[in-house]
Write a protein that binds this ligand. Structure first.
Ligand code: NAD
Length: 293
């Protein structure tokens, strides 16, 4: 009996949808498809959809090179991603993951439009890194079926997904998103809504500490070497910032400083901000702390 009740409480997820086919949307669509959950990927123009699909193909090609993926798996994964420019394509999705640009107005419109086409019991999530889930929930008539589902970049390599509970999110919604995360081969952690959620609350003070050392005159290459080679982390802070992107890091630091100034005050003359202002964004435009080929 207990088993039956648990099943009834947690909605079975047969199809996902991703809104936005950018770095994150493309990665999330790949992840869902590669774990056998068909996914509709919606964007506003064909070029963006092509980029999302080519991102998935790139990951699969790398897997083929390494002998981890065969032609059958490649075809099955790509076939499980349905690109579309139309909202009607997401009408049967059980879980919809919004991953459009980090702009509360755009996200608000997209969330409203989504609610108009999906089933009453569909679950709607946002992959936002910095916008309050409670604020985004105000765009929905049914905020109880909404929560954050925060993947990390690159999606196919980062195991964690932060599931962010808004003040109106029901336990059924959280349970279904936890189940979806597991089905997608990721590790869920449920957190409350707050600036930076969990990971960025830990990561950004580390970045701030690094920035202050650089301002004190430390050589960033030497700091990276110590943290990576000697301390044993996968990469040092400067390299990690190049991966994250100076625009993303600077924006996230500002949002946290606004939300919790007593804990996460912005660093004056932060090298991250200076690099951002000099358009040295990191790996995405091939120059940040380091130059990339
Ligand atoms: P991106 O700029 O690469 O992609 C955004 C995509 O959204 C673009 O393809 C754009 O065409 C599309 N889009 C814009 N308006 C749309 C609309 N109305 N309907 C459908 N698609 C629309 O951005 P990204 O880096 O993939 O980030 C997406 C989200 O994920 C943001 O909320 C960001 O904060 C979050 N996030 C990013 C990272 C990261 O490291 N990049 C990590 C975690 C979370």
């Amino acid at each position: 009996k207990g088993k039956k009740m648990a099943k009834a409480a947690t909605k079975e997820v047969k199809q996902n949808a991703v809104l936005g086919a950018g770095i994150m949307g493309g990665g999330i669509a790949y992840q869902s498809a590669s774990k056998g959950v068909p996914v509709v990927m919606k964007d506003i123009n064909t070029a963006a959809l092509d980029l999302g699909l080519s991102e998935a193909a790139k990951i699969l090609n790398k897997g083929m090179e390494l002998g981890k993926v065969d032609a059958k798996k490649m075809a099955a994964t790509l076939n499980a991603i349905t690109p579309s420019l139309e909202y009607s394509a997401i009408k049967d999705a059980d879980v919809i993951i919004e991953a459009v640009v980090e702009n509360p107005k755009v996200k608000g419109i997209v969330l409203k439009e989504t609610e108009e086409v999906v089933a009453d019991d569909a679950i709607i999530c946002s992959n936002t890194s910095t916008i309050s889930i409670n604020q985004l929930a105000k765009n929905l008539s049914k905020p109880e079926r909404f929560c954050g589902m925060h993947f990390f970049n690159p999606v196919h390599r980062m195991p964690l997904v932060e599931i962010i509970r808004g003040e109106n999110t029901t336990e059924d919604t959280i349970n279904a998103v936890v189940a979806t995360t597991l089905k997608m081969g990721k590790t869920p952690i449920v957190v409350n809504d707050c600036p930076g959620f969990l990971v960025n609350r830990v990561l950004f003070p580390y970045f701030a500490g690094f920035s202050k050392l650089v301002l004190d005159g430390a050589d960033f290459v030497a700091v990276d070497k110590v943290m990576e080679k000697d301390f044993g982390w996968p990469m040092g802070p400067a390299y990690l910032l190049d991966v994250v992107g100076m625009d993303t890091a600077d924006h996230a630091a500002s949002v946290m400083a606004e939300g919790i100034p007593e804990r996460m005050a912005k660093v004056d003359n932060d090298p991250v901000t200076l690099l951002y202002e000099a358009s040295r964004l990191g790996q995405k435009n091939k120059k940040g702390f380091y130059n990339f080929g």
